[in-house]
Structure formats: structure tokens, C-alpha cells
Design a protein around this ligand. Structure first.
Ligand code: DOR
Length: 442
């Protein structure tokens, strides 16, 4: 553990919880933010104070990415908790919530504990792990701890984690109270359309096979069950205009939804440019879907942003469709991708921070995260909103070594990332001694 226990961040443009900015200083002690003021005097002789000159930089709460696939245990050739957390540190992501489709699957307290132990040893940022539901309705779903909630794959999954029968879904919604997060795609429709379009190897067909209707049917079903049992529901990576309109009409206050930067900013035109690298589940949609999703986010119908960081190797991705796996990495680029949108006038910097930190902490009830305020955890990111730099493959830290945003010229890149009061990333350099902590959920 590095010994520095006190940081004094000077002359930053600080995002305050009310959305205003203050040019001033922030002091942290041990893991917490202790003071924010226009000018904090340096306490002479205070041991271990590290002063950061943040002139010209913007200080935001660290991003919390609530949907990632970090592949450990079992699929470490794609990514592991160390490489993924390095990518997080570079991307200003100070906490993540990870999905259960690892090997073995995270469906029991034992497999959850195993992930927590691995993360404690090698994660540079804070971590939480979902527990996966199966059709067998496992007892640990109700008691597993700590976890942000239960993940259900209603479609586009095979094996035990697929729960595509209404009776099995209903029995999960009916029991317990903890949050249920759904990957909403209708498996029966996908299966039927896979047969209809069999033999087509153009990856663009992926968006037609797993079409808008497949997503809408599953979201309708999940929403209906959530209303029937008044069960906390989170709709993962919502991708279609139809789902956004459905929620605009009818969204109980215990339901939340997220969208990925890919579904906001990429569409089916990406297949012609990057082929199977553009293949993900749920698939990329049309420019019209992009627009409607943006508006739903701006209007608060969609609550926050997740990347669905789902790394596959370039070799795996080079296989011919449909053998090519679905998924794209995202933790390293999501914050600059979204901040670039803000600087270009599509939204405000405060909104980006709300969607990528504050609203996530609120929905998952993660205490002391998502705002820069005394008493909160010192998970912070200093970004440069004045300079543009392209996404370059050779600079990426994710083990898979590629990004769907390669070549995009972005601003808002993290300059310094701080986890629990410790500098984990500083102008291209990682401090691999830093360790995050297990998140708690209240
Ligand atoms: O495209 C995807 N890939 N979507 C998912 O939900 C799962 C993910 C994966 O694990 O590869």
C-alpha cells in the first residue's frame, strides 16, 4: 500500500453535487474527501500531503460502470480483473459492477466469494459482482452478499444462465426483494429468426435477427412482472426506440434503465466499417433509435450509462458471422466518448457525470459514491476538456486490444484517476500497487 494518505488537489474546476462548478481545492484524507473550498491553505509540516496542481483540469466523481464482463475466472485469454481494472483506471472508471457469465458461472455464494477474493488481490479499482439466475431458481439468489442484484439473461445466452420461460422468470420475480437486472431479448423470436436468416454471413444481419421486436417483447414481459410483484427492475443496455417509448409511457418509480455509448453513438452503418467488431447483444440499431435513446436519456426516461464492456480477442472476432462472438470493450473510452458529446453541445458535462456516476450510485444504493462532497469516498477523476486525442489501438490497456471507437478524436481524457484517496493513474502511468475495495449495497 502506498503511504500517502492525504491529497490536496489545487485549482481544479470542481463539479459540485448541485451541478455547478467551483474553481478551487479539494482535500482528501485516507479514503475520504474532507474539504472543498476556493482555497485550502497547505498545512505546514502535515506529513504525507501530496499536492496536485490541477490548473485547467476538471474534477469529476469517478465513473461507476454498472455493466461489465471482465472474464475472470475462466476466460482470462480475453481479459482478467487486473487488465480490466487497469483499463478502468485509464478510463476514469473507479468502480464497476460485473456480470456472472464467467466460468464457473457466478450463481452461488461460493463463486461470488471467489470473485471477491480475486478482485481483492488484483483490482486497481472498486468492484461489485452480480449473481446470475438460472431456470432452477437457486437459493443463493436471495441471500448472496454483497451483490448489486440478480442478473437474468432472458435471451441471447446459452446454457444455464438462459432464463427464457415465463414461469421460471415469474418465480424469480415473485421471490425476494433485491434488484433484478435483465438482458431483455426474446429468445424464441431470436431462435426463429436465426433459422430464417441462416446461411447469411454479413454481420449486418445480426441486427435483423435480434431485431427491435425481440428486445421490445422481452422488456414488456419484464416490466409486466416487475409491476405485478412491485419488484425492483433494471433494464440493461436498452437499445430501441420502441422500448424507450414504452418506458416513457409507463415507468414505475422502482424501475430503472441504462443505455450504452455504443447504442447512442454507433448504428448499423458500423458493420460496413468495422465488420464483426460492431457485433454485440443487443445489436446496434438505426440512426432513429440513436436519436430516440438520446432524447430518453436527456429526459430522464433512461437513468444512466453502462458500457457492457465485453472483450473478445481479435482472433475470435475475425471468425465469420455467426461464429464471431458478440461484444465490445468500453471502460477505457466511455468517459471521454461521452464528455466529447458534452463539449460538442449534445448535453452538459454535469449530465454526463450524473449518468456515469451519481445516478448509478443512487440506483444501486452504493453509499458515499457519486458526488464530490465531504464525507464521500475520494474516488475522483481529473479530466482535460481542452485537448483532443484520438483513440489509438496501441495505447489501449484492455487485454483484447481493440475498441469500436478507434480513430475517434476525443476530449475529456482522464489525466489523473484517484481510487480511495490514492492516485492509480497519472498521465499515462499506472500505480499497480493500488487496490480497490468491495462495494457495498444498502
Ligand atoms: O454482446 C454482448 N456480449 N452482450 C452481452 O450481454 C454479453 C456479452 C459477452 O459476455 O460477451
Amino acid at each position: 500500500m502506498p503511504s500517502t494518505s492525504c491529497l490536496l488537489i489545487r485549482r481544479a474546476q470542481i463539479l459540485l453535487p448541485n451541478g455547478d462548478f467551483l474553481v478551487g481545492d479539494v482535500q482528501t484524507r485516507d479514503r475520504e474527501i474532507v474539504q472543498i473550498a476556493p482555497e485550502i491553505p497547505t498545512v505546514a509540516n502535515e506529513p504525507g500531503v501530496k499536492v496536485i496542481d490541477a490548473t485547467g483540469l476538471t474534477l469529476l466523481p469517478g465513473a461507476i460502470d454498472p455493466q461489465v464482463h471482465f472474464r475472470e475466472p475462466g476466460l482470462e485469454h480475453k481479459e482478467d480483473l487486473f487488465t480490466a481494472s487497469c483499463a478502468c483506471a485509464r478510463g476514469g472508471v473507479t468502480s464497476f459492477l460485473e456480470m456472472p457469465n464467467t466460468r464457473p458461472l457466478t450463481t452461488t455464494q461460493q463463486t461470488l466469494d471467489d470473485k471477491l477474493q480475486r478482485a481483492a488481490q488484483k483490482c486497481l479499482v472498486n468492484y461489485g459482482f452480480f449473481i446470475g439466475a438460472t431456470a432452477e431458481d437457486l437459493p443463493d439468489l436471495l441471500t448472496a452478499h454483497p451483490t448489486p442484484g440478480i442478473k437474468i439473461f432472458m435471451g441471447s445466452m446459452h446454457g444455464q444462465l438462459l432464463v427464457d420461460q415465463e414461469t421460471a422468470l415469474e418465480s424469480i420475480f415473485a421471490k425476494g426483494e433485491r434488484l433484478i437486472a435483465v438482458h431483455a431479448e426474446d429468445q424464441a423470436r431470436i431462435k426463429q429468426r436465426r433459422q430464417e436468416f441462416a446461411g447469411i454471413h454479413d454481420p449486418a444481419i445480426h441486427s435483423q435477427i435480434q431485431d427491435n421486436q425481440a428486445a421490445l417483447l422481452a422488456t414488456q414481459l419484464a416490466l409486466g412482472l416487475s409491476k405485478k410483484y412491485q419488484r425492483r427492475l433494471h433494464i440493461l443496455h436498452m437499445s430501441t426506440a420502441e422500448e424507450a417509448e414504452l418506458l416513457r409511457q409507463d415507468k414505475p418509480n422502482w424501475v430503472t434503465a441504462e443505455v450504452t455509448p455504443q447504442h447512442l453513438l454507433l448504428n448499423t452503418s458500423a458493420y460496413a466499417k468495422i465488420g464483426t467488431l460492431a457485433q454485440m447483444n443487443p445489436p446496434l440499431r438505426s440512426p432513429h433509435d440513436n436519436e430516440v435513446l438520446w432524447q430518453a436519456l436527456l429526459d430522464g426516461v433512461i437513468d444512466f450509462i453502462a458500457t457492457d464492456h465485453a472483450p473478445h480477442t481479435l482472433e475470435e472476432k475475425a471468425q465469420e458471422y455467426p461464429n464471431s462472438p458478440s461484444g465490445m470493450p468500453g471502460v477505457e473510452t466511455s468517459l471521454p466518448v461521452m464528455l466529447t458529446q458534452a463539449i460538442q453541445g449534445r448535453c452538459s458535462v454535469a449530465q454526463v457525470s450524473h449518468w456515469m456516476s451519481t445516478a448509478v450510485a443512487k440506483a444501486y444504493r452504493i453509499p458515499k459514491k457519486g458526488a464530490i462532497t465531504p464525507g464521500y469516498d475520494a474516488d475522483l477523476v481529473l479530466v482535460d476538456l481542452n485537448t483532443y486525442r484520438p483513440v489509438l489501438r496501441e495505447e489501449l490497456l484492455t487485454k483484447c486490444g481493440w475498441s469500436p471507437f478507434e480513430g475517434w478524436n476525443l476530449t475529456g481524457w482522464p489525466v489523473i484517476t484517484i481510487v480511495g484517496g490514492q492516485i492509480v493513474y497519472n498521465k499515462g502511468e499506472l500505480n499497480t500497487e493500488v487496490r480497490g475495495k468491495a462495494l457495498s449495497f444498502i
